[in-house]
Design a protein around this ligand. Structure first.
Ligand code: 3HC
Ligand code: NAI
Length: 718
């Protein structure tokens, strides 16, 4: 875990705790005596810390946060206190990332040097925490308070050169960073530079009396405590303490706030999201599969999705050919691509040269034959089985036999599409979300014949596109849209019962969604919902003719200036939903016609329960059926694809947070009060009855290779 080497009076301590040299309790327990020995040793003048595995360190071991540290436990705080108390000079030699607790360890050192590629960051806020080993006290003594707040609140990854310019680093080196650190230790001649002995720095021109104003401004800039800002407000309090209190009291304040946060619900949820995201690719058999190299890709259809997917390939450095037979569509696609890259250049995110290169790597054609040597082709034509089968038959005959053929269908059966080819093992779904080049989520859909090699290839491509890739089984709507149908069904039912759409949306926004279900309908298109209702009237549509009437009125949503809301180009961005009482009247009229009793007095909390419990119940059914591999996979789909508030961890985590038993009993109440559409899923019932939760439910991850579903998921809950 730790290696030490002496070099001419300098002791080099190398952290070697793969994969990211996390400063776990165990590692700290080993590190502490080494520091104490160096401090007491006459032969040692200085200590250099460095890291193996291409990284300095990813900070504290997040797994340790679930363990209450006992009196014997050694943590980063103890290590840092030992360095602070030592009379020797400490130099940190950073190559790669220095994150969280590792950045804090760097700050207690007297000198900091790094290679050019290194980055320093405090990512704690993303885990619902604050830097809890002195970071909130030392950083504002190195850069000014405002800068320190920015760095910590936004989890900025500071590149080495910027860190040097800000005075966070003392040197950047091209060559061997450890050799340079040893040389620096010698040059320092034993001069200690403790940040704890300095005062916190106020921004230029800010007098001490203005601090309360600065602090209150900072509090206003972050979300309210209950809407994702829980840790942010505490972080600001800790930084305020760095200015107002002597170092040791400020430090004690920080420790207290951290210890509170580490046990808080939002932090538990965010840590779940962190690990769930990293578990996504842990799919039985996948590690042994061999992903194909995708050197060239194809996309069929240059519409909304095809254009976005082509951009994803170009951004990943994979040249792509788009087959689009309609000239006007090609023109529109080219304009979209040009506009998007021009915007990126304007915002300084891409150089002109890079943007040009990416734009050039997208080529349009009307000829399928040009796809012959593609390694992967993603189809994004109209949502029609006949059209898709025709396209796949054609692709099968022109594209090389080793290539993988993927469909971006939102709802259609992958097996039926695969059956149109002679290579069903190389056919799967790659379901991007609109806008494809912006949304992080990618669902990879496994058909009954899809090979693990094909799945591994899709995951590797997703990674090169920087997507968060989730495996789903082959079922109507896959994971995300299948659950969404139950969610929006409940919203429609409430509107039919007399609750105005704006009230429902406000309740869901209050819970933490960026927009409510009706604003979402208006964004994705009421016409799209209408089309889905034609295919599956049993799912997602209400009991009345409201969707049909809106469709007939061409109230398709934002794109036609009206849907469930009105939109006015002269108001704000033009995309702000404006309450439209005519839609409320329409609901009332149609509800009366359908004989639906009105219950307009539903509390916000009940709205949230009806919508989120519908998601939970649908999610549990997907686990039961083996469509989703793990509860965490569902949570990631909802956090990244649908804006479920990450500080509630996703629907399945939220079920645990609310108590599965409680969710189950509420669903039984809904069944009583609202009707038989509310049927608790078998898995939900079982977990509730045994007093368990989804996080610890033993969902078997047995073989996936012989199943038409994603996996054997849940077998062992029975
Ligand atoms: N603790 C525990 N495990 C960690 C970890 C950490 N801090 N950081 C990464 N890991 C694990 C991941 O879970 C993953 O494990 P797996 O292979 O079993 O799935 C493995 O390391 C590799 O992680 P990634 O897949 O994310 O690898 P990348 O190379 O893409 O990224 C990274 C590496 C940049 C270090 C990224 O993992 C990261 O950002 N980690 C989070 C760092 C963080 O939040 N640190 C702050 C911790 S809190 C703290 O320090 C508190 C202190 O103030 C007291
Ligand atoms: P679109 O209507 O914008 O684009 C479809 C394009 O395919 C058109 O440009 C059309 O000319 C072209 N096309 C039709 N037949 C073709 C053929 N035989 N060969 C080549 N090109 C052909 O449709 P959109 O919205 O891009 O949807 C495409 C697919 O993506 C559908 O399956 C849809 O369900 C799915 N999808 C759509 C999402 C969305 O939000 N729009 C989100 C996720 C998936």
């Amino acid at each position: 875990m730790i290696e030490t080497k002496d070099s001419n009076g300098v002791r080099v301590i190398t952290l070697d705790n793969p994969p990211v040299n996390a400063l776990s309790f165990a590692l700290c327990a080993q590190l502490l005596p080494l520091i104490e020995a160096a401090d007491g040793g006459r032969a040692v003048d200085a200590v250099v810390f460095t890291g193996a595995n291409g990284i300095f360190s990813g900070g504290a071991d997040v797994n340790d946060f679930t363990t209450e540290p006992g009196p014997e436990t050694k943590t980063i705080r103890d290590v840092i206190a030992a360095v602070e108390g030592s009379s020797k000079v400490f130099v940190v030699a950073i190559d790669g990332n220095a994150l969280g607790g590792a950045f804090e360890l760097s700050l207690v050192c007297d000198y900091r040097i790094a290679t050019k590629r290194s980055r320093l960051s405090f990512p704690e806020i993303q885990l619902g925490l604050l830097p809890g080993a002195g970071g909130t006290q030392r950083l504002p003594r190195l850069v000014d308070v405002q800068e320190a707040l920015q760095i910590m609140l936004k989890a900025v990854r500071i590149p080495a050169e910027e860190a040097l310019a800000k005075g966070i680093l003392d040197e950047i080196v091209d060559g061997d960073v450890v050799e340079a650190a040893i040389a620096l230790a010698h040059r320092s001649e034993g001069a200690k530079r403790r940040l704890s002995e300095r005062r916190a720095i106020l921004p230029k021109g800010v007098v001490p009396q203005a601090l309360p104003f600065l602090v209150s401004q900072a509090h206003k800039m972050v979300p309210p405590e209950e809407s994702g800002g829980y840790a942010a407000h505490k972080l600001i309090d800790a930084v305020e303490a760095a200015v107002t209190l002597p170092f040791k009291y400020g430090l004690a304040h920080e420790y207290r706030l951290f210890d509170e946060l580490v046990r808080s619900k939002p932090s538990l949820a965010l840590r779940h999201v962190f690990f769930a995201e990293r578990a996504l690719s842990k799919i039985p058999g996948l590690a042994e599969a061999e992903p194909r190299t995708v050197a060239k890709a194809g996309v069929i259809g240059g519409g909304t999705m095809g254009t976005g997917i082509a951009i994803c390939f170009a951004d990943a450095g994979i040249p792509v050919i788009v087959v689009e037979p309609v000239d006007a569509q090609v023109e529109r696609a080219k304009q979209t691509i040009f506009g998007m890259y021009a915007h990126q250049v304007q915002r300084g995110r891409l150089t002109q040269e890079e943007a040009w290169k990416r734009g050039q790597s997208i080529v349009f054609t009307a000829e399928y034959g040009e796809l012959a040597d593609c390694d992967l082709v993603v189809e994004a034509v109209f949502e029609s089985m006949d059209v898709k089968r025709e396209v796949f038959t054609k692709l099968d005959s022109v594209v090389k036999t080793s290539a993988i053929l993927a469909t971006n269908t939102s709802t259609l059966d992958i097996d039926e599409i695969a059956a149109a080819t002679r290579r069903p093992a190389q056919v799967l779904g790659m379901h991007f979300f609109a806008p494809a080049n912006i949304m992080k989520l990618l669902e990879v859909v496994r058909g009954k014949s899809s090979s693990l090699d094909a799945i591994a290839t899709a995951f590797a491509v997703g990674k090169s596109m920087r997507k968060v890739t989730v495996l789903s089984g082959n079922a109507f709507g896959f994971i995300g849209n299948r659950m969404l149908l139950d969610y929006v069904r409940e919203a429609l039912y409430m509107a039919e019962e007399g609750l105005p759409p704006y009230r429902i949306d406000a309740a869901m926004k209050g819970f933490g969604f960026p927009m409510g279900p009706f604003a979402m309908f208006d964004l994705s298109g009421v016409d799209v919902a209408w089309h889905i209702a034609q295919a599956r009237p049993d799912l997602g549509s209400g009991r009345t003719k409201v969707v049909q009437r809106l469709y007939e009125m061409k109230r398709f949503g934002q794109k036609t200036g009206a849907g469930y809301y009105r939109y006015d180009k002269s108001v704000g961005s033009g995309r702000e939903p404006i309450r439209d009482e005519s839609v409320e009247k329409l609901f009332a009229e149609e509800a009366q016609r359908a004989g639906i009793t009105q219950h307009p007095n539903v509390s916000d909390a009940e709205v949230v329960r009806r919508c989120t419990y519908a998601l939970i119940n649908a999610g549990a059914a997907l686990l039961e059926e083996g469509i989703a591999l793990r509860p965490g996979d569902i949570d990631i789909v909802y956090v990244y694809g649908y804006g479920f508030p990450p500080y509630h961890g996703g629907p399945m985590w939220y079920a645990d947070e609310s108590g599965v038993k409680n969710v189950y009993e509420t669903i039984l109440r809904f069944r009583e009060e609202l009707g038989d559409r509310w049927q608790p899923s078998r898995l939900l019932k079982e977990i509730a009855e045994r007093g368990g939760d989804f996080a610890t439910a033993r969902l078997s991850e047995a073989s996936v290779s012989d199943r038409s579903r994603t996996t054997e998921a849940v077998a062992s809950h029975a």
